[in-house]
Structures are given as C-alpha cells and as structure tokens.
Design a protein around this ligand. Structure first.
Ligand code: F6R
Length: 378
C-alpha cells in the first residue's frame, strides 16, 4: 500500500504538492471544448438551454469549506458579468435557516466529493422549496449529483490530499464559464466579460507561471513558519481567496490564521496586528480595470502603513507590479490576468506557502488531524 501510494505521487513528496502542480492541466480540461471559435461559451452538458437560463432572476450558492470560498468568488463573477443578484451561504446554515426561495431561482451546490452531508441536505431543502438545482462537483455519480436537477462535472481528477487544491481552481473555472454562459443568455456581455473570456485559453499557462513561485514560497515559509498567528487580507474578489489561504494554512499546519476584507481591518481586527503577526496581503491589479486600480492604490497605502509599524508583510502581486515591490522585497508575483480570472492564479502561491509551512512544522500534510476527505456527519 505504502509503495503504491508513493508511486501514485509521481515523485512528489506529498499528494498535496502533486495536486497543486496538476492544476494547469485540470483547468485545461475544464475549458476544453467550452469556448467556440467565435468566443461563445458552449455548455451542452449543462442540460439547460439559453431560454431556460433567461428565466432565472436570482442565484443562490450553498457549499462548505473551500467549496464555499469558490462560491464566494463565483458571486463576484456572476453579479459582475450577469447583473443577477447572487447570495452565498454555508451549506450547514442554509439547511436550517428556512431560506426564502424566489420563484425563478437557480440554486448552485458546489462540492469536490459530492458526499458532504451539509451540502446534500441544503440541496434537498432548496428542491423542496421549488428551486432549480445545479451541482458543480468533481466526483460523478454521488448523492449530490444524483439529487440535483442538473450537474456540471469539473473533472479535476482524483484529489487524494485532504486539502482542496485542484478541486478549488477547477470549481472557479467552472463558475467563470457558467457566469459567462448566463451573461451570454441574458445578452449582458460587456468589455470585462469579453476580455476575460478572450484570456481564458491562456489561463493554464498563467497558472504554470504561478507555480514558478514555488521556490520563493519555500523561502517565505522558512521566514514565517515559526509565527503562531497569521492574518490574510484581500479586497473585493480577492477577499474569498484570503479566506481560502487562511483555511489552507490552518488546516494543514494547525497555525491560527484568519481572513478579512482588507478594508475591514480598521473596524476591529487591526487591534491584533503587531510585529509578531504576519499579514499576507493580496495586492493584485488589472490596468484595464479602473476599479481594480483604485483598490490597488488603497492596498499599496495600507502596505506602506503596515511596514511603517514594522509588521511582517508578504504581498501577492502581479508580475507587472512596481509599487509594492518598491516598498518590500517580500512579494510573490503571479502572471497578469483580467481581474475576473486573477483568483485562479493568485491562490496558487497561497497553497504553496501553506504546504511549505506545514512541511517545516513537521505535519502530516496529506492527512491532517481530525479531518476527512468526505464529511458525512453534520
Ligand atoms: C478544505 C477542505 C474542506 C472542504 C469541505 C467541503 O481544504 O478540503 O473545507 O472544502 O469539507 O468538501 P466538499 O467540497 O467535498 O463538499
């Protein structure tokens, strides 16, 4: 068994690292055949025509853990690209709060395993209340996919490590395709959607560029692994990625980590911030997007202030960044992309950072304590 497992790791020391490296190929599979020569999204497997899609006036997402973080990124993608209102909830909350389901509501359930009891229960509640249900799932023929009206399989391949990595980035890609498809059906495609769809084919290659931060991530981990608490921050669409980075770190290294919207720090959490608590700051920008540049400007001044207070800062930036890099050498740079696709690359250095910190802490990276790949208890 041990020998088979080490063979299946393809020379990587852990499944988690192998699965992090499999992400560009997994995302390539999600995209394959889903954008035609004219740049239109084609999702025949979805089993929902553009006419049916046009009937939806609201979208709700319910999921757990990393899958919920993917749903939160999906909320930004969907609202921005389609103009439809989107709500995201913890599956474990949705199933007990007697949710109000709108007459023309699409309810999306995201899950790697398709066996998470909270998510399955949430789906049953939504169906009972008359919502149309879509399962976005990695594993086919699961209780989740069998109970849903329709399914979008992400085909990330088997994910052995407990920590979600390739299942997460393939969920983000599936949500992007879905949002672009809904925008197309509602005739809402604008410049931001068009430039993101045009950049989609280059996404796997950009993810390979993000994997090239691996040795820098290891060096950062060596500087940081002895700290006891971390705060991750991001603005707008980057905020769920801050939550995901913090979740990755806490679940595999057992180090306390929290994620906040950057703008929320001053409303309380900043009281925790001191020279002994590193801040991991998502400080990305998209020069084609005015709002993104405004957010970036604010984040740069936040970083300046943190550094003046001698707080250890590790910033995730774009390859074209100059302003953050002028303030601190502690940066991890990922390739540039339109803002709607950035989360899919910026999460990669956070996965690698968590991985290297957990290794340095001597943790059982693939099988962290108290966690299981399939959470079948409430
Ligand atoms: C995080 C992680 C968990 C799962 C959560 C939902 O790395 O693995 O937070 O994301 O338990 O699992 P699925 O997606 O299988 O429903």
């Amino acid at each position: 068994m041990a020998r088979n497992q080490s063979k299946a790791k393809n020379g990587f020391p852990h499944f988690m690292l192998k699965e992090i490296y499999e992400q560009p190929e997994a995302v390539r599979r999600v995209i394959a055949g889903r954008v035609d020569a004219a740049g239109r999204i084609v999702l025949p497997g979805l089993g929902m025509s553009e006419d049916k899609i046009r009937t939806f006036s609201k979208v709700t997402v319910a999921a757990s853990g990393s899958s919920r973080h993917a749903g939160m990124v999906g909320e930004f993608m969907m609202e921005r690209m389609t103009g439809l209102p989107v709500e995201v909830d913890f599956a474990s909350q949705y199933c007990y709060r007697d949710p109000v389901v709108a007459p023309h509501e699409l309810t999306i359930f995201l899950s790697q395993s398709g066996t998470t009891i909270d998510t399955i229960t949430a789906l049953q509640v939504a169906r009972r209340k008359g919502a149309k249900s879509l399962a976005i799932c990695n594993v086919p023929d699961t209780p989740l996919t069998q109970n849903a009206d329709t399914t979008f399989l992400t085909h990330a391949g088997e994910e052995v490590a407990i920590a979600a990595t390739k299942s997460f980035t393939t969920q983000l890609t599936a949500l992007f395709l879905l949002a672009a498809f809904v925008a197309q059906a509602h005739k809402k495609t604008g410049a931001a959607t068009e430039s993101a769809v045009a950049a989609l084919q280059s996404l796997p290659e950009r993810m390979e560029g993000a994997l090239a931060t691996d040795s820098e991530c290891r060096k950062s981990a060596q500087l940081l692994y002895r700290y006891k608490d971390f705060i991750y921050v991001g603005r707008d669409i980057d905020y769920p990625i801050a939550l995901e980075g913090a979740l990755k770190l806490k679940e595999i290294s057992y180090i306390h980590a929290e994620g906040y919207p950057t703008g929320e720090l001053k409303h309380g959490p900043t009281a925790l911030v001191h020279e002994g608590l590193p801040l991991v700051v998502l400080a990305l920008h998209d020069k084609q997007d005015e709002d993104s540049m405004l957010r970036y400007g604010k984040t740069v001044s936040n970083i300046r202030e943190f550094l003046e207070r001698e707080i250890p800062v590790l910033a995730i930036v774009n390859a074209s960044d100059t302003e953050v890099a002028a303030l601190t050498p502690c940066v991890l740079a990922v390739p540039d992309l339109p803002v709607l696709l950035q989360p899919i690359v910026e999460v990669i250095p956070l996965q690698l950072l968590a991985y290297h910190i957990a290794v340095l802490c001597g943790r059982n990276v693939d099988q962290p304590r108290h966690l299981s790949k399939s959470v079948v208890v409430e």
